[in-house]
Design a protein around this ligand. Structure first.
Ligand code: XIL
Length: 360
């Protein structure tokens, strides 16, 4: 029977199958056609649709346009996609008064043409701000800049975006601000109210898109994740209490084979609390970093990565609030973890990679 709970097992089947039968191998040729067993009715997209779930990946728009194998994989496997970078401020805002929607427009049109839903990522973040931001945005004009950006961007794609990451990564306990707020560029000029401003502007621009607060480091039962999860939950509860329009929480889910804490009771409790607040829950940026396994044993690494995907996705889908699962990159070769100069991964030159949801 096709149930939500068996979806995790299907994912394992998918990773195992595609992983060992048609591994592309090294980065250069990793983007290739997935094995035939992993298509059509056996694709992630079909599994997801059969369970009324959204499953997909962040998409590199450059590869989407230049690489037909990559494009084919996205269409075959995803019924939802997000843009890895193309909808961030730095991509959309060449100048304080300018917008460049060319790439984002093509991305949204591609999704529409292929019957794929879109997650908007993102409207407000402390990273990927344009170079002009610091010298231009100040206490006096910040609210105007934030609301004008959101009105223009969310307004342009009104009705075409299933969910928007309205605010991304606003909590950072290390910054020692009240409520665990990150002392980021928007917080510095507007204080904590930037969050409510952003969500209200997003609701005004697109009445039906699912407005999402998205964050990382809230997955495990380790001390740091546990504390951050509590701060995120307090923020969500406060927003609901104050009548701020909020529909969903995104759990980024950048996992690691040695994440330093079990994944279980803490996250399960969080899911229940989120559901109690009336929120949907999305897995928004799922990937597994296997960097800590130093030895070059691709089979062993592949098994551990697949097991973590299976257990994690299976556990979360056990809660009905969880409706969407997106990985952060559809293949090893296109994952940010393997990009030149990537922050979170050593370079294991020439070693076979095993980290992505879909091994091709
Ligand atoms: C990353 C992209 O994958 C990289 O290409 C880019 O250089 C930096 O941003 N959390 C997020 C994403 O919300 O936007 C980040 O994406 C990964 C971490």
């Amino acid at each position: 029977m096709r149930t939500r709970r068996t979806f995790g097992r299907d994912l394992l089947a998918a990773t195992a199958l595609a992983g060992w039968k048609s591994r592309g191998g090294l980065f250069a040729d990793a983007i290739s056609i997935p094995s035939s067993e992993f298509r059509g009715a056996a694709s992630l997209r079909a599994h997801a649709a059969a369970r009324s779930l959204y499953v997909g990946s962040a998409v590199n728009t450059g590869l989407l346009e230049d690489d037909s194998g990559y494009r084919r994989t996205v269409v075959e496997q995803c019924n939802i996609i997000s843009a890895e970078n193309a909808m961030k401020w730095a991509a959309l805002r060449p100048g304080p008064e300018q917008f460049d929607f060319a790439l984002a427009d093509r991305f949204v049109a591609f999704a529409e043409a292929n019957g794929i839903a879109v997650r908007g990522h993102n409207l407000c973040w402390h990273e990927a701000l344009p170079t002009w931001f610091t010298g231009t945005v100040n206490r006096d004009n910040a609210e105007q800049f934030l609301t004008a950006h959101i009105a223009a961007v969310a307004g342009r794609y009104q009705g075409k975006i299933r969910s928007w990451d309205v605010v991304n990564e606003a909590i950072s306990l290390a910054d020692n601000e009240p409520g665990g707020m990150r002392n980021g560029p928007w917080y510095k000029v507007l204080g904590p109210r930037f969050i409510d401003i952003a969500f209200r502007a997003a609701r005004a621009a697109d009445p039906r898109t699912l407005l999402t607060y998205n964050d990382y480091g809230i997955e495990t039962d380790g001390a740091a994740d546990t504390a951050k999860r509590a701060a995120v939950l307090a923020l969500l509860a406060r927003m609901k209490h104050d009548g701020v329009p909020l529909d969903a929480v995104g759990i980024q889910s950048h996992l690691s084979v040695d994440s330093g804490g079990q994944i279980g009771s803490g996250l399960n409790e969080f899911l229940k609390e989120a559901a109690r607040l009336g929120l949907k829950v999305f897995i928004t940026e799922l990937d597994v970093n296997d960097d800590s396994i130093g030895e070059d044993n691709p089979k062993k690494r592949g098994e551990q990565v697949a097991a973590l995907y299976r257990n994690y996705v299976g556990m979360l889908l056990g809660n009905r609030a969880v409706t969407d699962v997106l990985s952060w990159g559809i293949s090893d070769g296109s994952s940010w973890l393997n990009a030149p100069g990537a922050k979170f991964r050593a370079r294991h030159s020439g070693r076979e990679e095993t980290l992505s949801l879909i091994h091709i």
